[in-house]
Ligand binder design. Structure first.
Ligand code: BTN
Length: 248
């Protein structure tokens, strides 16, 4: 089924990812989308909150049952789709920061939270959560993130037409998810590299459970991992956070 054919809208929920998990457990069709006008406990990556003011942002979760095991590609393909949808509907080019950030002029515009459920070692479902700041004014963000976040309205000085954006988003998600299902990881990785905020050769500071470290960015591999050259050795990371990009 095409992504976005079935959309369930609610006024409020803790997290659209929570609702989507319930629907997936009930056997909802692949491509079903849950959208909420607000979230009372929106989640970001790394256990952070995702601030989800009423009627200001897009809070959406997709239910997927992929057979391709390279699920680290999913936040990347979703980022590409959101970027394309923004480009098609608003004519602006936002940046992607591996693995799940949408950035405009160093400020966070949106992010992807991919959560998986396994039955034993078999993947049961994936919930792909998309958060995008649409119509926030500066003061709609809490003071602690005000200087770090932005919205499409702040960028364009215009109220965002959510319907137009969503039509482009379902089309783009459908395209990239189809490629993912066909095992075209390299095409996703290459497109991500072309749209990334940093380029091969840039120095990156990354952080993971072993602490902070630096290396030279060499690209994205066909499974969605970030390739870092560390002292002449190529290492692929699937879970790490970018702390700084040092353009040299
Ligand atoms: C990030 O930290 O960058 C990821 C943010 C993801 C937020 C979205 S909003 C819809 C879905 N429901 C959630 O609770 N989180 C995701």
């Amino acid at each position: 089924m095409k992504i976005g054919t079935i959309i369930q809208r609610v006024e409020s929920c803790t997290s659209t990812n929570d609702l989507a998990k319930i629907r997936a457990g009930e056997g909802a069709e692949e491509g079903t989308v849950i959208i909420s006008q607000e979230q009372t406990k929106g989640r970001g990556t790394k256990g952070r909150n995702w601030y989800s003011a009423k009627d200001k942002g897009l809070y959406a979760s997709l239910i997927l049952y992929p057979e391709n095991p390279d699920i680290s590609l999913l936040p990347l393909m979703a980022g590409l789709a959101v970027k394309e949808a923004i480009k098609e509907s608003l004519r602006i080019s936002v940046g992607l920061q591996w693995p799940n950030d949408l950035i405009w002029e160093n400020k966070k515009l949106g992010g992807i939270l991919c959560e998986s459920d396994f039955l034993g070692n078999r993947l049961n479902y994936i919930i792909l959560g998309i958060g995008l700041n649409l119509n926030h004014e500066k003061e709609d963000f809490p003071p602690d993130i005000r200087s770090l976040a932005t919205s499409l309205k702040l960028i364009t000085s215009k109220q965002v037409n959510e319907q137009a954006l969503l039509q482009s988003l379902w089309k783009a998600l459908d395209h990239w998810y189809r490629l993912f299902c066909q095992g075209q990881g390299m095409r996703i990785a290459q497109a991500y590299e072309r749209n990334s905020l940093f380029s091969p050769g840039d120095k990156l500071a990354l952080e993971n459970e072993r602490g902070e470290f630096t290396g030279i960015y060499r690209g994205i591999n066909s499974r969605g991992g970030l390739i870092l050259e560390e002292g002449g050795r190529m290492v692929s990371y699937f879970s790490a956070q970018i702390k700084a990009i040092i353009h040299e």
